[in-house]
Design a protein around this ligand. Structure first.
Ligand code: FES
Length: 105
């Protein structure tokens, strides 16, 4: 079997250049790429935790990464309890840290 390299401009898996986006996280602009989840943007910016548990205030970020554990909850554009690992980031999103479900920070 012979492998060959597809030139980037003809690669069907990446038909267009990346489109940058910016979300505002706790008042600070964070850049990412269109198509990333909010968790992906946060992780790409070096953030590992963005929520605390209601009892004890333990830090949480991504645990399962597939929408099962709810560890990654954030407030997005005023809507609480959004799973950052499932919500695709949109340019201009305003993301705010929060505590556990129904809890303030
Ligand atoms: S990391 Fe588990 S639901 Fe998002």
């Amino acid at each position: 079997m012979t492998s060959y390299r597809v030139p980037a401009e003809r690669d069907p898996a990446r038909p267009a250049a990346d489109r940058p986006l910016t979300v505002v996280v706790d008042g600070e602009p964070v850049t990412g790429t269109a198509g990333q989840t909010i968790a992906g943007v946060l992780l790409g910016a070096g953030r590992r935790e963005w929520r605390t548990t209601a009892p004890g205030g333990a830090p949480r970020g991504v645990f399962c990464g597939i929408g099962v554990c709810f560890d990654c909850l954030v407030e997005v554009n005023g809507l609480r309890d959004v799973r950052a690992c499932l919500r695709r980031a949109q340019d201009g999103d305003v993301v705010t840290r929060q505590g556990g479900p129904g809890e303030d920070r």
